[in-house]
Design a protein around this ligand. Structure first.
Ligand code: SF4
Length: 101
């Protein structure tokens, strides 16, 4: 179960009146402001897991960049082609370049 204590970085805690805090390495950062040890008193009790994005594996196998590193790429901006059971979004990588065989 997702809790304030085990929430991974990027988890959102929603406020009753709108807005949210985001889990960071330093605590909970209000969407427009400072970072606090925990969400404020108007937290609605709901936590939303961050969405993970990953490139399509078959693309990487055929790509000249397959030895990476590719983790810096903005996968969250790329077209989604599948959603895995755990919520991970599989994307079509825009940096794909076919490798010579
Ligand atoms: S550039 Fe994209 S497709 Fe190519 S190896 Fe990296 S993540 Fe995979």
């Amino acid at each position: 179960m997702l809790t304030l204590e085990n929430a991974p970085i990027g988890t959102k805690a929603l406020a009753i009146g709108g807005g949210h805090w985001v889990r960071t390495e330093r605590g909970w950062k209000w969407c427009t402001g400072a970072t606090f040890p925990r969400p404020g008193g108007d937290w609605n009790g709901e936590l939303i897991k961050p969405v993970n994005f990953q490139p399509k594996g078959s693309q990487c196998t055929a790509c000249k960049h397959r030895n990476g590193p590719c983790s810096h790429l903005p996968f969250h901006t790329m077209p989604v082609c599948n959603t895995l059971p755990d919520g991970t979004k599989v994307v079509i990588c825009s940096e794909f370049e076919r490798r010579n065989t």
